[in-house]
Design a protein around this ligand. Structure first.
Ligand code: HEC
Ligand code: HEC
Ligand code: HEC
Ligand code: HEC
Length: 179
């Protein structure tokens, strides 16, 4: 026979045993919920286009696809035809490229999900930043060349102003940056 004291100790020990299971489990759940890397990737695009593969592994120049970046307001997205400069020969049977091809042949542009934008009242042009300012794409867009899916960066006012101060660019923004 066991006395009450021992019984209690045994009960407690059962609980302690469970803690070994429960605590790590909660840890895993918290990790999955808050820190799991996938949690932080950008929106899924209609065609799984990867900057990591193209700009990273294959080292294709940003300007090959975003051709207007140093001469216009917008960097521009590549026209569908451009994909097939390469993909007519490279993995043309990849399911994602078959899908891209259907778009191309039916002339239905791919509806890429827009990631970076500034409010309408902000006047932003790429050209001066690239052509005169020599600002690297990654300063504003983050590590594009290592990302499969691009993540949004929040362009608060301070983001523009801080750099303009550092770089001695104009900060007379109410005149210059806003319409
Ligand atoms: C082979 C073509 C190609 C190359 C090379 C390329 N991109 Fe792209 N880029 C795209 C396509 C297609 C999209 C639209 C799909 C997407 O957002 O992933 C895009 C989207 C983007 C966007 C997001 C636009 C938005 O706001 O929705 C940024 C920023 C960008 N690219 C920057 C870069 C930079 C910086 C490089 C070089 C390091 C680069 N790209 C190289 C094809 C390319
Ligand atoms: C300058 C050449 C070039 C251009 C332009 C290009 N790609 Fe690619 N793409 C490649 C190469 C090289 C690979 C890697 C092929 C391999 O892994 O064998 C690739 C791989 C891919 C893959 C498979 C990626 C994976 O996960 O394995 C997809 C999908 C793709 N490209 C879509 C596109 C789309 C959509 C466009 C147009 C917006 C485009 N590519 C433009 C060269 C190009
Ligand atoms: C000084 C910051 C800055 C730099 C440097 C920069 N961008 Fe951008 N980019 C932006 C902002 C801000 C937007 C959103 C513009 C809008 O909403 O009109 C944007 C939008 C884009 C887009 C979306 C579509 C478009 O045509 O505008 C692409 C693609 C892009 N950038 C590519 C590039 C590439 C490639 C480079 C480097 C050669 C680059 N950017 C350098 C700030 C920058
Ligand atoms: C990383 C640094 C950096 C960031 C971030 C940045 N800029 Fe600039 N900006 C520059 C530089 C450098 C110049 C060119 C200055 C020169 O050479 O005159 C410039 C020039 C400009 C000009 C003047 C171009 C002209 O037409 O005369 C405007 C307007 C402007 N930026 C708006 C913005 C806005 C809006 C944002 C935020 C979305 C922004 N910039 C973010 C560095 C930056």
């Amino acid at each position: 026979m066991v006395d009450n004291g021992t019984k209690q100790t045994i009960e407690t020990m059962k609980w302690v045993r469970w803690l070994w299971v429960v605590v790590p489990l909660m840890g895993v759940m918290l990790y999955l919920y808050y820190w799991y890397p996938e949690e932080n990737i950008g929106p899924q695009q209609p065609i799984y286009f990867s900057h990591r593969v193209h700009a990273g592994v294959k080292q294709i120049n940003c300007r090959f696809c975003h051709s207007f970046v140093d001469r216009s307001k917008h960097a521009g997205l590549p026209v569908m035809e451009k994909c097939f400069f390469c993909h007519k020969y490279i993995i043309p049977d990849h399911p994602q490229l078959v899908k891209e091809k259907e778009h191309y042949e039916s002339k239905k542009p791919v509806q890429w999900v827009r990631i970076f934008y500034v409010p309408d009242y902000v006047k932003f042009r790429h050209e001066p930043h690239i052509a005169w300012g020599k600002v690297d794409c990654a300063v504003c867009h983050g590590p594009v060349a290592t990302a499969d899916r691009l993540r949004q960066v929040n362009f608060q006012m301070g983001f523009c102003i801080n750099c303009h101060k550092q770089r001695n660019a104009q900060i007379d923004c109410w005149l210059a940056c806003h319409h």
